[in-house]
Design a protein. Structure first.
Length: 402
């Protein structure tokens, strides 16, 4: 089968540090799995920021070439806000060119985004994405910082195209998630998103649940015991990293050997704020910055506990990677993880710093319980291998094609 994947996110897409996107990693891992299962695969993405091209080639490009996965690049950098109209237009031209040249059996968008491709091709269209309610403290600050990082031009032509693009979306009724079920089949990567879309759409037969997967081949179980807590994710308010720093500052006096590793990039102002907190409170925490795809897996091996106290998330890839690495996990109910509280992980409510603190203390002071969680979650992770999930998607493709 010939499969065309479309992702508006790609690693190294913005200026500053090499930024890693969970949605790109999901696209990359799924494409590689499809190829390993004997399918021909192509991916359409925006441009990589010029100074990050070499790093991208090293981390992903060589693997894509080795697996004969075609990478088709739209002639535009990732854009949001006032420039999203021109961005989507150029992405659509690249998709149509890929359909003409690659001749796919199916087109799968890796995000739930409006598209006019249906009017220009009879190739079955699939969407594979998430549905989130973005409402949390300091949402506005996160959005503003992201727009600054990506950049936004404000010339009249782009503003006009942006207006036309979103006007057409409204005219054709593509302005919400449920409208996508009229264009193609929609698979949700997380359970709460699936349940929500099932409630709000009228075409329920086109909605499926295929949880995102994890690359089990990359995972190695940690055998260390050095009271290391690991956070991997963007340095933003949404990911709860500042709550984790505050909780860890209370732990430090009681566990002098404990250390916190924070892996991920973020807006300069927020990274500076995190660095200032660490220095001011004199805690044993390290901001590692952006880490490579392979380096990330080695970090899981060095950790004893994984912590992701997000305010809003959709069962993020980092949770699954920690699961595959056999790490005891502390996360929030709001991350929508495929975990059961007390059996696979400790789940807390986002923003509850006191409970976050006591949960970390519980794992650091009770290694037997921590090992029990790690063993259980490793078994749960086996249910979510990318090979397993890719085969589910392939079955959906075949049903639609036939």
């Amino acid at each position: 089968m010939r499969i065309l994947l479309v992702s508006k996110w790609i690693d190294g897409a913005i200026k500053g540090q090499f930024h890693h996107s969970g949605e790109w990693v999901e696209t990359f891992d799924l494409a590689c799995t499809f190829a390993d299962l004997g399918n021909e695969v192509a991916i359409v993405t925006p441009l990589i920021y010029p100074k990050h091209v070499k790093d991208f080639e090293k981390e992903f490009g060589k693997t894509l070439k080795r697996k004969k996965i075609k990478h088709i690049v739209a002639p535009i950098l990732l854009s949001l806000g006032l420039n999203e109209g021109i961005f989507q237009l150029k992405m659509h031209f690249a998709i149509l060119r890929a359909i003409r040249e690659f001749k796919p059996d199916v087109v799968q968008f890796m995000q739930l985004i409006p598209t006019f491709i249906r009017f220009f091709t009879k190739v079955p269209i699939f969407f594979y994405g998430i549905v989130l309610d973005f409402d949390y403290p300091k949402l506005k600050e996160d959005v503003n910082e992201r727009l600054k990082a990506i950049g936004s031009r404000r010339n009249l032509v782009d503003l006009f195209i942006n207006f036309i693009y979103f006007s057409l979306i409204k005219i054709f009724g593509f302005g919400n998630f449920s409208s996508l079920t009229r264009i193609g089949n929609v698979s949700l990567k997380h359970r709460k998103g699936y349940q929500k879309l099932k409630r709000i759409t009228t075409i329920k037969k086109n909605v499926y649940f295929v949880h995102k997967g994890v690359n089990l081949k990359k995972a190695r179980v940690s055998s260390l015991s050095n009271q290391t807590i690991l956070f991997t994710g963007s340095i933003t308010y949404r990911k709860g990293v500042f709550d984790l720093l505050e909780a860890f500052s209370k732990i430090a006096p009681h566990f002098p050997k404990a250390k916190l590793l924070i892996a991920g990039s973020g807006p300069r102002r927020l990274v500076a704020k995190a660095r200032s907190f660490i220095k001011r409170n004199r805690i044993n925490a390290t901001l590692l910055g952006s880490v490579s795809y392979s380096q990330k897996w080695r970090l899981y091996q060095k950790a004893d506990v994984f912590c992701l106290p997000s305010y809003v998330d959709a069962s993020p890839a980092t949770i699954l990677e920690a699961m595959a690495s056999g790490l005891p996990i502390i996360t929030t109910y709001q991350t929508d993880p495929p975990l059961k509280n007390g059996r696979d992980a400790i789940l807390v409510n986002a923003g509850d710093i006191d409970t976050l603190y006591t949960s970390i203390v519980k794992l650091l002071s009770n290694p037997i319980f921590a090992d029990k969680l790690g063993t259980s979650v490793r078994e749960t992770a086996k249910l979510y291998s990318w090979e397993h999930q890719a085969k589910k998607l392939l079955r959906l493709y075949r049903i639609q094609i036939n």
